[in-house]
Design a protein around this ligand. Sequence first.
Ligand SMILES: Cc1cc2nc3c(=O)[nH]c(=O)nc-3n(C[C@H](O)[C@H](O)[C@H](O)COP(=O)(O)OP(=O)(O)OC[C@H]3O[C@@H](n4cnc5c(N)ncnc54)[C@H](O)[C@@H]3O)c2cc1C
Length: 490
Amino acid sequence: MNRIHTAKIVVIGAGFAGIAAAATLFEAGFQHVQVLEAMGRVGGRVYTMRPFGSDIIELGANWIHGQEGNPLFELGKEHGLLSEGHSASTKMCLPGSITPCDYFFKEDGRLLQAEDVEQVCALFSRLTTRAFDSELEDRHCCLSLGDYLDNAFAESPLAATEDGLKVFEWCKRCECTDEASSSLYEVSASQISHYEALEGGFFNSLGPGGYQAFIDVLLRKLPAGVIMTNTPVAHIEWALDESGKRSTHPVQIVCEHGQSFEADHVIVTVSLGVLKQRAALMFRPPLPNSKMAAIDKLEIGTVDKIYLCFPERFWPEDCAGIQLVWDNGPEDAAVYTSELEGEAWKETWFKKICGFDTVARHPNVLCGWITGREALHMETLEDVEVGDVCMRLLRSFTGWPVPEVSQVLISRWGRDPYVRGSYTFVPQGVLAEEHGALVAPLPPEPSSDDRKPLQVLFAGEATHVNFYTTTHGAYLTGIREAQRLINLYT
Ligand SMILES: Cc1cc2nc3c(=O)[nH]c(=O)nc-3n(C[C@H](O)[C@H](O)[C@H](O)COP(=O)(O)OP(=O)(O)OC[C@H]3O[C@@H](n4cnc5c(N)ncnc54)[C@H](O)[C@@H]3O)c2cc1C
């Protein structure tokens, strides 16, 4: 019998990576593939919900990052999962502007001039692009992203104005959302060039089924019963063929509720956050030092959303978002350094909120974004308390008649035991080779000895050295590891 028909494969995790891996394996003819998912739902960090009526909101991923060469953009086009779309960028209200735009308010309630904001945002964008495109000057290469941006911005005449400086700090706070970091002083300026941005900008017009519709397309490729939800894996025993135990398969997966599964291969797609917390106990024998070092050195940051549903819209129709510009924001280098040791930042956690954006298909809903340690702290608070704080911020910054919020929904990705963070970033000092060690399967293939190769394989967003953080990165890693096994058997 064809070995492909008898090989047993277990996939851990039913996010984009795990589902893509399973779908690819079934398409190639594998018949014994089981997906074990800890949560009571599939999708992982894709979480399409309907808390405010029949239209969707996304608690996790909501953009397709780039269009050219993005397999999920292609999947969306093929299956009609996209709406008439546009690329997201910060848009300010210029005189005569008729497209929706962002309103930038200072702490004292002053609305900033759109032209002034736009100049600073455009410069910020040019400076970050330079880092992403590996075009940094030598003197900037060894700096953190925050220090590089501070140095480069200081050379611009825009840095001479108080408002220019404050808008620049706002830009840094927003960039923390992309980097999933507490601060840009944690992120390497040169290493972010390993991240590859696909052409076409952020595509933010998913169709009415949202990201879940993409997951559903992949699920249709799986036979019924392949995914077992509410099945958290406790540990993975591998190299059983060498251990002297009488085992017909080299891998055994043991779940928290007692079930166990024998396999020839296991594809592990749990997040970097879960690996950080559990890898030392999860694998028997332990993972090699190079893998553990990668898990230790790479970082996963927390990005959370705060949905506020109001009884009616109180912002102008052309307003795409209300952005908060603080006098002493948390992203300021001096503030960050002085408060790093203490806990004072917990008192002002809300200063990390970038602003509140309008939400597609929900005329009365705003969505706030918050990152890093402040997001983690917010997750400890009750939704209603967070809602009250946000209402007070909106009232004091805008001076508009903000009604009482009727529903609040916040994400808690940092404290979710099966995620432990939102997406990966590469801290200062981590080399591309070290990131690569996270990807390496165990034992490698071709094997230098007679051990069975590819017993434990690693997929998931963090394991893509160029598209980490993204849904398409996660999806491609699932296919990559499935393909590794297909190559082994064909
Ligand atoms: C707030 C937020 C916004 C985002 N925005 C975007 C965006 O706009 N665009 C974009 O491209 N990306 C975005 N992302 C990132 C994107 O969601 C992820 O990169 C991607 O979904 C990760 O998929 P994955 O399969 O690698 O991991 P996951 O989706 O985390 O899947 C891993 C699965 O493993 C399961 N698991 C964990 N431990 C165990 C265990 N012990 N046993 C069994 N199962 C286990 C988990 O429950 C989970 O379902 C965002 C993420 C967040 C949190």
